[in-house]
Design a protein around this ligand. Structure first.
Ligand SMILES: *[C@@H]1O[C@H](CO)[C@@H](O)[C@H](O)[C@H]1NC(C)=O
Ligand SMILES: *[C@@H]1O[C@H](CO)[C@@H](O)[C@H](O)[C@H]1NC(C)=O
Ligand SMILES: *[C@@H]1O[C@H](CO)[C@@H](O)[C@H](O)[C@H]1NC(C)=O
Ligand SMILES: *[C@@H]1O[C@H](CO)[C@@H](O)[C@H](O)[C@H]1NC(C)=O
Ligand SMILES: *[C@@H]1O[C@H](CO)[C@@H](O)[C@H](O)[C@H]1NC(C)=O
Length: 857
């Protein structure tokens, strides 16, 4: 069947043709209009901007003109992104004084100020600079900044100093350390009303700078303290450092915050919305929309002080609020109906508070500290200082008004003496707070509960005795019951581990000693918590070997006599139980003489524990940086250690089935066995903690600042080459016998700067630790330093792979490429955590130090 050509469709075609022509004419008109009339990016008294005109920045990034929003009768002067279909206003001049109707003009007025005149020629808005010159010019820059220049090319005013609600790249957000709050941005009143809204955003520089959003005079949201790299209260900010923030100290207590996209052609904006939300978006040229990067506050717990003083907010909990340990709700009834604003109060008086601090506490014992992990540090810190952990603790202990302290990386010692407010529990990666509590609160058992427990235990023992006696009479049955229940308990779900030979379940002491011999097999062994506790003296402090980023490490002894190292992982890893088991099992199968052997693990309830072979000589740093012990490592030993580490790393990178990137290679992660053979420890921890090794970007930067490759520290990009960088630092440390950070001086920011300096002057050999100078072979030393310099180059692509490194180490006559001068670390000193601590302190005490570091989003 045919549909006849009806005349209507011809008419339609004509119309379309007509529209086509019309469209082209329209374009031409705009074209002519733009290029003949207002092709400029500037405003002067001779070239005003009338309503309907638009000026465009030289690079066609931003446009300025009149616009309307909401009410069609009200006209505003604003700046928006040029060339984006959706008009996105980033600045408004006359936000509180719109022009009625279309007669407005923006011009340079009589006194050299920019002014908006209404249809009657009355000025309704002006830049109001006192000493502007008569014929000044305003230029719209490609950054989106409108700058008013005097005719002597002096900057007299700029829109970046008077922002509305949008923080653009390269905008400098000034504040003064000695002043209190500095408000900078103010939201619109509603989505299409640019007049002043209820929310403002700015910085509170006290303690260490924080970004704040206020609703009226009340705090609405808080970023947490700046630690030189990130704002500590935004866990997702430990992430991808694509849009690097910098905090620049200009001296005299004046600082500014700014950020620069890594690709200057990206369009990015931070905006404080009318409803108090701060949003970061980037223009997606493919989708043609502003795609969201992050927004704050993102959940209930982000709202300021959601749970009141001494309350902790955790979105994973229900209800979200709990009291800090040792605290109870102030008003129980209100608390229970979900009105948490009253917060919590201390349950047991501190010993120091009784009888003027000299008296005897409830149990006559001194107050102590409870360690609470992964918190958003409370607001209103009272004291920030450069004390070390122990000094910080003492400082708090000896001042009764101190109720908590923390030792945050990049900030150092922080002490609180007023109510602890706005505390949030994160899943991982935040800071540890040491909470001062009465001694009786620390054991977790109070007198009454103790009594209760004793009673319960006695009843239990009686009952158990009775049952055993009954069961003993039916012994065979008992054995059966025991066997099957054991299996069920340990792995209730069906899982490959359960059925395979991988799962060996040892619950008794006797089994453990058997286990000691068996662990030479390839597979992973499971231990019970009680057996691990028995092996480590119940995780006693005497057995503690150290503390890493992932938890505490204890020395233990298996019943068979074998020494082990026990790593008790901190409470929260980013993984579920199954993934955890799988990862641990994979990692247990990695075997190399330069890797610490994983012997087994224990998973019970919240507890996740890894058992390793014990290394009697502890870690490399305990020799290398110890003035007494360092000459025990003569050149030969050091060279073998370097080689061993390189081989172990090569195995992780290339030869193992897993291809593991270590991500936290440093001297304290290299352990030494009885013969001083190096063994890499903590490999695979990133996997265990939920990092995906195949991603190019990580959500969480693990690692130690002094050892982190620039692309990893800045952009969260990691690869085998970021390990190569850390290896390079480690190598230079081994050669010189000095810590990376100990090289800090006026000329050098760290070991790289120092080594390059010597290298460049042909005196590389001077880097060698003088205490072993007589044992060395200069050629080998020189080759090592050369390799080190190759490994620490700025660009990951210039660094050699580990297999190349191993080759270079082993071939005496290799022709090594020349290294390029590393500039990154020497320019950005604050990437060293030690530097950061001092510099942050400097910022706070307003020294003349430039602090420049990078922050995620
Ligand atoms: C304005 O500019 C012109 C030339 O650019 C200059 O000759 C004149 O002196 C300036 N007038 C004032 C008041 O600065
Ligand atoms: C702003 O505050 C006023 C007065 O407190 C209130 O009436 C209004 O609803 C608030 N507006 C917004 C958007 O929160
Ligand atoms: C920057 O972004 C543009 C467009 O998205 C892209 O073409 C260009 O390659 C990027 N430049 C760099 C250095 O990544
Ligand atoms: C919440 O509790 C506080 C006291 O803890 C009380 O002052 C306040 O009125 C309560 N608010 C509501 C809405 O009940
Ligand atoms: C104790 O701490 C408070 C608050 O930080 C401080 O004002 C006071 O000077 C301190 N007292 C001593 C003896 O250090």
């Amino acid at each position: 069947m045919y549909v006849s050509n009806n005349p209507g469709s011809e008419m339609g075609q004509d119309f379309r043709r007509f529209r086509h022509v019309y469209f082209w004419c329209y374009l031409c008109m705009i074209y002519c209009f733009c290029f003949l009339g207002f092709s400029t990016d500037r405003i002067s008294s001779g070239h005003p901007v009338k309503d309907g005109d638009v000026i465009v920045s030289a690079g066609k990034k931003f446009a300025l003109g009149f616009f309307r929003s909401g009410n069609p009768d009200l006209r505003y002067v604003g700046i928006w992104f040029y060339g984006i279909p959706e008009q996105t206003i980033v600045w408004v001049a006359n936000r509180d004084k719109p022009i009625h109707g279309l007669g407005g003009t923006l011009t340079v007025g009589n006194h050299g100020n920019l002014a908006i005149l209404d249809a009657n020629g009355d000025s309704i808005w002006s830049t109001n600079v006192p000493a502007a010159s008569r014929n000044s010019t305003a230029i719209l820059e490609d950054s989106g900044n409108l700058i008013l220049w005097t005719n002597h090319r002096k900057l007299s005013w700029q829109s970046f100093d008077n922002p509305t609600d949008t923080f653009l790249p390269d905008m400098q957000f000034y504040f003064n350390v000695s002043a209190g709050e500095n408000r900078f941005f103010t939201s619109w009143r509603s989505a299409n009303d640019p007049s002043l809204g209820n929310y403002s955003m700015g910085i509170d520089p006290r303690g260490s700078p924080q970004i704040l959003i206020w609703e009226g005079r009340n705090r609405h949201w808080r970023s947490g303290y700046w630690n030189g790299l990130i704002f500590t209260g935004i866990p997702s900010m430990t992430a991808i450092y694509l849009y690097g923030f910098k905090l620049i100290n200009e001296g005299n207590g004046r600082l500014h915050l700014t950020y620069t996209p890594s690709n200057s052609s990206d369009l990015i904006k931070f905006q404080l919305l009318w409803n108090g939300t701060e949003e970061q978006r980037t223009w997606d040229t493919g989708l043609k929309e502003w795609s969201l990067i992050q927004l704050q506050p993102v959940n209930q717990c982000e709202l300021y002080n959601r749970c009141g003083p001494f309350g902790v907010c955790d979105v994973m909990n229900s209800p979200i609020c709990t009291c800090l340990k040792g605290y109870v709700p102030k008003d129980n009834d209100q608390w229970n109906i979900g009105n948490w604003s009253g917060g919590c109060i201390r349950r047991t008086q501190l010993q120091c508070e009784t009888k003027g601090g000299r008296g005897v506490g409830e149990s006559g014992e001194k107050d102590g500290f409870l360690e609470v992990e992964d918190l958003k540090l409370p607001d209103f810190v009272d004291y920030v200082g450069s004390e070390n952990v122990q000094e910080c603790r003492n400082k708090c202990l000896h001042n009764c008004s101190c109720i908590a302290f923390s030792f945050a990386s990049g900030i150092s010692c922080m002490i609180w003496s007023k109510d602890l407010v706005d505390i949030q529990q994160f899943q991982y990666g935040a800071n540890t707070v040491f909470l001062r509590l009465a001694h009786s609160e620390l054991g977790g058992t109070r007198k009454v509960t103790k009594l209760l427990i004793v009673a319960t235990v006695m009843v239990g023992v009686l009952f158990l005795g009775l049952s055993i006696w009954l069961l003993w009479r039916r012994k065979d049955k008992l054995q059966e019951v025991f066997k099957s229940s054991k299996q069920r308990e340990r792995f209730p779900e069906t899982h490959p581990i359960q059925s395979g030979e991988l799962s060996r379940d040892f619950s008794g002491q006797d089994d453990l000693s058997v286990e000691g011999q068996e662990c030479s097999g390839k597979e992973l062994t499971y231990f019970t918590f009680s057996s691990v506790a028995a092996a480590t003296n119940n995780f006693s402090d005497i057995n503690k070997l150290g503390q890493g980023g992932f938890g505490h490490v204890y020395k233990g002894k298996l019943p068979g006599g074998q020494d082990i190292a026990v790593k008790r992982l901190s409470r929260k890893s980013g993984q579920g139980l199954e993934e955890f088991k799988n990862e641990v099992m994979l990692i247990a199968r990695l075997q190399h003489r330069n890797l610490v052997r994983l012997l087994g693990c224990c998973i019970e309830g919240e507890e996740k524990i890894l058992l390793y072979e014990y290394m009697p000589n502890k870690s490399l740093d305990s020799f290398l940086f110890d003035p007494v012990k360092q000459n025990q490592l003569d050149w030969r030993t050091r060279f073998l250690i370097i080689e061993g580490i390189a081989r172990g790393l090569l195995y992780l990178h290339r030869d193992s089935r897993l291809r593991i990137i270590h991500r936290d290679l440093k001297a304290s992660n290299i352990l030494l066995d009885g013969e001083m053979n190096p063994k890499i420890s903590d490999f695979g921890m990133a996997r265990i903690f939920g990092g995906n090794q195949n991603e190019a970007n990580t959500n969480r930067v693990v690692g130690t600042y002094g050892y982190m490759a620039p692309e990893y520290a800045m952009e969260g990009l990691f690869s085998v080459k970021s390990d190569v960088y850390s290896f390079g630092i480690l190598l230079l440390e081994i050669v010189s016998g000095r810590r990376n950070t100990s090289f800090r001086s006026a000329e050098h920011s760290n070991i790289i700067g120092y080594a390059w300096d010597l290298w460049d002057r042909g005196r590389a050999i001077d880097l060698l630790d003088p205490s072993i100078a007589d044992t060395c072979s200069p050629n080998e030393v020189f080759r090592c330093i050369h390799i080190g310099m190759l490994c620490v180059q700025d660009s990951a692509s210039h660094r050699p792979t580990m297999s190349a490194v191993v080759l270079m180490l082993e071939s005496e006559n290799a022709n090594l490429p020349m290294p390029k001068q590393p500039t990154f670390t020497s320019l950005r000193r604050s990437l060293d955590v030690d530097d950061m601590w001092n510099e942050i302190h400097d910022v706070v005490t307003s020294n003349n130090v430039t602090l420049s570091a990078i922050l995620g989003r």
